[in-house]
Write a protein that binds this ligand. Structure first.
Ligand SMILES: [Fe+2]
Ligand SMILES: [Fe+2]
Length: 187
């Protein structure tokens, strides 16, 4: 069973994950508007992953007997000065999210909530990957600089990224919903 404080902290983080999805979707349409469709596609995959992060966290809250609450989502920035500025923003954003995840782990540790701490390990590992990939794409885009042929090559390369659901996540998990603790349904 989740404490009120842990429940609240997880709802707030789920909201930040949804904001991340919204931010990357905003970047995707920004890139579409400047006809960099590979970058737009990469951002769309990124937005999809963040939606999975959101639902996975809220699913945990519900299955642990807590209550998933939807909070207002902040409006993201709508455009960027250049592709490099957008990818720098991704890099900064992912580092900030890592800090939030680590703070959440510390709440679980302080509460001796082993189940939540173990659940959050997936996010800790995910952030290692997110930092690595944002570092990688930022370096590519920075290396291209203002050279439009190099930027177009990077755009094509990033466009090859495909979305994959994590193995333990289902977006329409009717069976999983039926198996959930009744505590989450009563509140
Ligand atoms: Fe995330
Ligand atoms: Fe992320």
């Amino acid at each position: 069973m989740l404490s009120e404080q842990m429940n609240e902290a997880l709802n707030v983080q789920a909201n930040r994950e949804l904001y991340s999805s919204y931010l990357y979707l905003s970047m995707s349409y920004y890139f579409e508007s400047i006809r960099m469709l590979g970058f737009a596609s990469w951002m769309r995959v990124q937005a999809g992953e963040e939606l999975v992060h959101t639902m996975k966290m809220l699913d945990y809250v519900a299955s642990a007997g807590g209550r998933a609450k939807m909070l207002a989502v902040e409006a993201p920035q709508l455009s960027w000065a250049s592709p490099g500025a957008a990818f720098q923003h991704v890099w900064n954003h992912e580092r900030a999210v890592t800090g939030l995840i680590h703070a959440l782990v510390n709440v679980a540790i302080a509460e001796e909530d082993e189940a939540t701490k173990s659940f959050l390990q997936w996010y800790v590992d995910e952030q290692v990957e997110e930092e690595e990939s944002s570092d990688d794409v930022l370096n590519k885009v920075k290396a291209a600089g203002n050279d439009s042929a190099a930027l177009q090559a990077a755009d094509r390369e990033l466009g090859s990224r495909r979305f994959k659901f994590p193995r333990d996540f289902e977006i329409f998990p009717y069976a999983a919903l039926q198996g959930r603790t009744i505590g989450s349904l009563k509140k």
